[in-house]
Design a protein around this ligand. Structure first.
Ligand code: PLP
Length: 424
């Protein structure tokens, strides 16, 4: 197809994320992706500042990941997971259990982050029911969160955050505490801590679980918080028999400087969701991990009531194994520390620029917050003119580059962010 045919067909038939049909501005036609670069149909090459939404941590067309898919393709691309099992899934489950915070022993492999959150919620509801507390059916969370686009995940997203405001009267009513005060390094606020504990204690009798994104609230506003609040949540939930779920779909596999963000707090949840970078961004795969206590409770009463068609897809599991293998064999922590230093150097000078409210960097995440809604087409074009792919949203211009981005490309991304801020 020519680029013109692609755009015409796209305009006529294809939905894009959070878009009308046709979308407000046409998408860029991409023909290939290699290393950290996207190759557009018009011949331009853009350095990818987004890692395809947190996922492509090793960049594109990585030879080891390509080989993992090809090799698995030669054996089997997919088989149903009911009544069958295979090495790629079992190896992946074993590896995730090894890497995950202590106590997470059992792995449900599913197709997307949102579905892994649905599975996590089912695990918690079924566990509470199985252990004689069926009245514990609500979820607790803090404001400012984002957990996905299906119905339970939407119900614990920030109700005023904009993503899901259409659904207020349809979603299950959950319990919200205020958002944690901002700043990874900002000393914990005892008043907030007391309010958080109070919210959990007041609603404990009806809460199946508390679910939060540890350390980084992503699509709800790209805010960072002090890990201490996770310790507070761990203590109060344990004390009151409320389960604790960490959604590490964005933060998992090194993005914040530790393999999982929970490690900043030194606590383990009862259930953990991972996705996105799990396959290095190659194929759609996510997982919900739970403790033996939860698995035993559910299984004593029956079955975990979930079983998607593409559960444990062998191609996705094989490339996830290869991606984790690359992390383990390489110096991902050094790469992320280098990204953090480069993003700080590149973005801090924007503090004080017209319209800039805040600049924040943690691990491989850089965020510039504006005092107004970003003009998305203008900001995207300005970044692309500097050879950089960015996708700002709301009042945020942000980047989370592939870990393999070198210093020159990192500087280019920072220049792209600056251009997007100036234009947006
Ligand atoms: N949870 C978090 C923290 C996310 O960032 C996302 C996606 O952005 C999701 C859940 C949903 O994942 P998916 O888009 O794969 O359904």
């Amino acid at each position: 197809m020519t680029p013109e045919e692609i755009l015409a067909g796209d305009r006529a038939h294809v939905w894009h994320p959070y878009a009308a049909l046709p979308p407000a501005s046409p998408p860029y036609v991409v023909e290939g992706a290699e290393g950290v670069r996207l190759r557009l149909a018009d011949g331009r090459e853009l350095v990818d500042g987004m890692s395809s939404w947190w996922a492509a941590i090793h960049g594109y067309r990585h030879p080891v990941l390509d080989a993992a898919v090809t090799d698995q393709l030669g054996r089997m691309s997919h088989v149903m997971f009911g009544g069958l099992t295979h090495a790629p899934a079992v190896r992946l489950a074993q590896t995730l259990v090894e890497l995950a915070p202590d106590g997470l022993e059992h792995v449900f492999l599913c197709d997307s982050g949102s579905v892994s959150v649905e599975v996590a919620v089912k695990m918690c509801l079924q566990y509470q029911r199985a252990t004689g507390r069926p009245e514990r059916r609500r979820l607790g969370t803090w404001r400012g969160g984002y957990h996905g686009d299906t119905f339970h995940p939407m119900s614990v997203c920030d109700p005023e955050g904009g993503m899901h405001h259409l659904w207020g009267d349809v979603l299950p009513r959950q319990v919200f505490a205020p958002a944690p005060p901002g700043g990874f390094d900002t000393p914990p606020d005892p008043t907030y801590e007391a309010a958080l504990v109070d919210a959990v204690e007041r609603h404990a009798h009806e809460l199946a679980a508390v679910i939060v994104e540890p350390v980084v609230q992503g699509a709800g506003g790209m805010r960072f918080h002090h890990p201490h609040y996770l310790r507070v949540l761990r203590e109060v939930t344990r004390e009151h028999g409320v389960l604790l779920v960490f959604d590490e779909i964005a933060t998992g596999f090194g993005r914040t400087g530790t393999m999982f963000a929970a490690e900043h707090a030194g606590v383990a949840p009862d259930v953990m969701c991972v996705g996105k970078a799990l396959t290095g961004g190659y194929l759609t795969l996510a997982a919900a991990l739970c403790t033996s206590e939860i698995a035993r409770g559910i299984s004593a009463a029956g079955v975990l009531a979930h079983g998607p068609t593409f559960m444990g897809n062998p191609l996705a599991c094989a490339v996830a194994n290869a991606s984790i293998g690359l992390l383990r064999a390489g110096d991902w922590a050094g790469q992320v520390a280098r990204l953090q230093a480069g993003l700080r150097a590149g973005l801090e000078p924007l503090r004080g620029a017209p319209g800039v409210v805040d600049v924040r960097v943690l691990g491989g995440i850089g965020v510039v917050q504006l005092d107004h809604e970003v003009d998305l087409p203008a900001a995207t074009v300005a970044a692309a003119e500097r050879g950089v792919w960015l996708r700002p949203f709301r009042d945020l211009v942000y980047t989370m580059p592939p870990y393999v981005t070198d210093d020159a490309d990192l500087a280019r991304i920072a220049a792209g962010v600056a251009a997007a801020v100036a234009a947006g």
